[in-house]
Ligand binder design. Structure first.
Ligand code: PLP
Length: 470
């Protein structure tokens, strides 16, 4: 019996695109496929048991010369793509940090693709621009941050941090990096903890600060930046004629979710006249639960903050929220309007492309608008609380279980631990290998996917919670 998709075949004339009625049918078929995936998701192994190159071999090497019916495209999708991804949506996926797409977010993403609104200038994306302003404001309020913060969406935290570091560079007194570049200028110094994410190092490379311009500040026994070590590094750099300009604080580091003491560091930044950027890509979502905001006292003193809704807010990838207090620093860095775009600039309107590198920008606010309206701020808070409760419960069980130990505190919803049989020395040879074997064995079951990190040089197994299906 033929299925609806069998009857959806490309037209041989006209635009070649789907006619609206065909699109409607195709969309229904595709919606069923998407809903079926979400329904059967848990029956898949989290990690497909395949070797590199095995999928590519199954796919046709040359592009089709002529049109193919939707049914054959979807059949290949169902046979080769869907079953052979790593299932980030699976409740057993507890590696890295969560990245989960909820229903309303998927629908918002779909409609955003349908509208294909390119959010450059208000003139070419009026409703999309204004919705972004509204949703950025909603998220700011949901995170409990003051009205002084404005912001925008970018694709990733890596880009949000890069833009912030470039804006910080723009306002350094005495140099004009935006106009003249850094040639001949004193070495700029950027500071982040030894546990900060690699995206900060990439930002140092991309911004001309260079890897040597990034000083990694030592951490305390709980993997948090030591403010006194930061102050000493700044003083040392000044004495050497370098120009300290920006400090990156991490609220929820990637390895252990440690939380830098942002209030003490804000104090130093204010005293020294340095830009404070907060990387709360993962951890920031905890502030959606008002009682957890006490984890970050002082983050409201930052110049810029990044929180990724595509991490712990069930938002389909990609969506990174960049909040800043000094929009003029971003606009000063990135606003340039070539002749061919001048007519698009409407007096008094907000033009998002003037605040970042990209001219063309995706309409990300739509999916977040859908999601925030669907869950409500309480809906997010409830789930975040539950993930923290589960993580605390797991941590308590690990502590109570002979032979197992925690390797870091658990302030949020990620637990770092390892197996260390009674009587084994802390740095006993072979413990890393044993724990690697445990990790491999767990991941081979297909039921869970965990990742690992290194803390104090020791291999740590990581369980990161954040999927509402857990
Ligand atoms: N910052 C932190 C603390 C992270 O944990 C990560 C990724 O896990 C990033 C930045 C980079 O995020 P993105 O993939 O959005 O660039």
């Amino acid at each position: 019996m033929s299925r609806p998709a069998d009857r959806i075949t490309p037209a041989q004339s006209g635009t070649g695109d789907m006619e609206p009625d065909e699109f409607r049918k195709a969309a229904h078929v595709t919606a069923d496929l998407a809903a079926d995936y979400l329904e059967r998701l848990e029956r898949y192994d989290v990690l497909p048991q395949i070797v590199p190159g095995s999928i590519r071999k199954r796919l046709t090497e040359s592009p089709p010369a002529g049109p193919e019916p939707l049914a054959s495209i979807l059949a290949d999708y169902s046979a080769w793509i869907e079953p052979n991804i790593t299932h980030w949506q699976h409740p057993g996926f507890m590696a890295y940090f969560p990245s989960v797409a909820s229903g309303p977010g998927i629908l918002g993403e779909w409609l955003s693709a349908t509208l294909n609104s390119n959010v450059m200038f208000w003139r070419n994306a009026p409703a999309s621009t204004e919705l972004e302003q509204v949703v950025v404001g909603w998220l700011r309020q949901m995170l409990g941050l003051p009205e002084a913060f404005d912001g925008m969406f970018t694709d990733t935290a890596s880009v949000s941090s890069l833009l912030s570091i470039l804006a910080a560079r723009h306002v350094v007194p005495g140099i004009d990096a935006t106009e003249l570049g850094l040639c001949g200028a004193p070495q700029l110094s950027l500071y982040a903890s030894a546990e900060a994410h690699s995206s900060i190092e990439k930002a140092a490379i991309a911004s001309g600060i260079g890897r040597r311009g990034l000083r990694r500040i030592e951490v305390d026994g709980q993997f948090r930046m030591r403010p006194e070590a930061l102050a000493a590094a700044i003083a040392e750099d000044r004495a050497k004629g370098k120009l300290p300009f920006c400090v990156v604080v991490t609220l929820g580091t990637t390895s252990s979710t440690s939380i830098d003491p942002v209030a003490a560091i804000a104090e130093i930044c204010e005293r020294e006249g340095l830009w404070l950027h907060v990387d709360a890509a993962y951890g920031g979502a905890a502030a959606l639960a008002p009682e957890l905001r006490s984890l970050f006292p002082g983050w409201e003193r930052a110049d810029s903050i990044v929180v990724n809704p595509h991490k712990w807010m069930f938002t389909p990838f990609d969506a990174s929220l960049l909040l800043f207090r000094r929009p003029e620093a971003f606009r000063g860095t990135f606003c340039l309007t070539p002749e061919y775009l001048r007519a698009s600039v409407q007096e008094g309107a907000h033009n998002y492309s003037e605040y970042g590198i990209q001219l063309g920008r995706r309409f990300r606010a739509l999916k977040l608008w859908f999601m925030i309206r669907w869950f409500g701020s309480e809906g997010f808070a409830t789930r975040i609380r539950e993930h923290c409760r589960l993580a605390a419960d797991l941590a308590a069980r690990i502590e109570a279980e002979p032979g197992w130990e925690l390797l870091a505190p658990v302030p949020l919803a990620t637990v770092c631990f390892r197996f260390r049989p009674a009587g084994t020395a802390i740095d006993s040879d072979g413990l890393d290998q044993t724990n690697q074997s445990i990790l491999d064995a767990v991941n081979q079951t297909g039921r869970f996917y965990l990742s690992a990190t290194r803390l104090n040089g020791r291999l740590a197994l990581r369980v990161a919670l954040g999927n509402p299906r857990v």
